[in-house]
Write a protein that binds this ligand. Structure first.
Ligand code: SF4
Length: 227
C-alpha cells in the first residue's frame, strides 16, 4: 500500500474509527433498496437534506420499498423530496427504479449479489438516476463486493497525495483499489471521506496538523496555495 495512504488510513482510524463502526452497523441494517433511494436523493445535495427527505418519505409511505414507492403519487414523492433539490427528476427516477425492480427482480435486488462485479454494475447502471458512484455504493454497501466508491472528497485526497493525476471516476477507483484490502473497502471509503471533510478540506486544508504533511506533494508547507 502507498505509504501516504497507509498513514492517512491509520490516522483516520484513530480519529474516526468509532463513528465509522457506528455507521457500518447502520449500513448493515438498511435494505438495499433504501441505500439506492438515499443515494439517488443524495445527488447534488448534502446528507442533512437527504435525511429530511427520507424522513418525509417514511411519513407518507410507512416503509420505503419498491412497492410503496411505485404506488405513491408523483405529487407526494415530490413533496417529500423537496428539501433535497431536483425533486421532480429524482421523484421520477425513484418511481421508474421501483418499477424496474418489481418487474425485473421480483421486488428485491439481492439477485445481483451472485453476479460478477462488472455484470452487476452494468445492470445497475441501466437504471434511471444511477451513475458510477451510486452503482458502486450498492455493490460495496449491500453486496460487500470489493469495490471502492469514489466521492468528491476521496477524489480530492487521492489527487493531492499524488496517488492519481486522473479526473476519471473509474481510473481513480481502480488505482485506489490496488492499495486497499478488498475486505476493507467500505471502511476505507468512510475513513477517506471523513479525512477529506475534516483535514484535507477543499478550501483551507489543515496541512499544518495533517499526518502526511512531510511527504504530501500538495502540502501548503511546500509552498502550494489552496485559496
Ligand atoms: S498535507 Fe495538506 S494537501 Fe496533503 S493530504 Fe494533508 S491536508 Fe491534504
Amino acid at each position: 500500500m502507498s505509504y501516504i495512504l497507509k498513514k492517512i488510513l491509520e490516522y483516520s482510524e484513530e480519529a474516526y474509527g468509532d463513528i465509522v463502526e457506528k455507521f457500518i452497523s447502520e449500513v448493515r441494517r438498511k435494505s438495499c433498496f433504501e441505500h439506492l433511494v438515499s443515494t439517488i436523493i443524495s445527488q447534488n445535495t448534502n446528507w442533512k437534506n437527504v435525511r429530511r427527505a427520507i424522513e418525509n418519505l417514511r411519513k407518507i409511505l410507512g416503509t420505503i420499498n419498491p412497492y410503496t414507492i411505485s404506488s405513491a403519487s408523483l405529487n407526494d414523492l415530490e413533496k417529500a423530496l423537496k428539501p433535497a433539490g431536483l425533486y421532480k427528476v429524482k421523484s421520477k427516477w425513484l418511481k421508474e427504479v421501483a418499477y424496474i425492480i418489481i418487474r425485473d427482480f421480483n421486488g428485491c435486488l439481492d439477485r445481483l449479489k451472485y453476479l460478477p462485479v462488472d455484470k452487476a454494475r452494468e445492470v445497475l447502471l441501466k437504471m434511471p438516476g444511477v451513475g458510477f458512484k451510486t452503482a458502486d455504493i450498492i455493490l460495496c454497501f449491500c453486496f460487500s463486493k470489493p469495490v471502492l466508491p469514489i466521492d468528491t472528497h476521496i477524489k480530492r485526497v487521492s489527487r493531492r497525495i499524488g496517488l492519481t493525476s486522473s479526473s476519471s471516476y473509474d481510473i481513480i477507483r481502480r488505482e485506489l483499489e490496488k492499495h486497499i484490502d478488498p475486505k476493507e473497502v467500505l471502511k476505507a471509503h468512510l475513513l477517506l471521506i471523513l479525512f477529506g471533510r475534516n483535514i484535507c478540506r477543499a478550501r483551507n486544508p489543515l496541512c499544518k496538523i495533517c499526518p502526511v504533511n512531510n511527504v504530501c506533494p500538495s502540502s501548503f508547507l511546500r509552498g502550494n496555495d489552496f485559496r
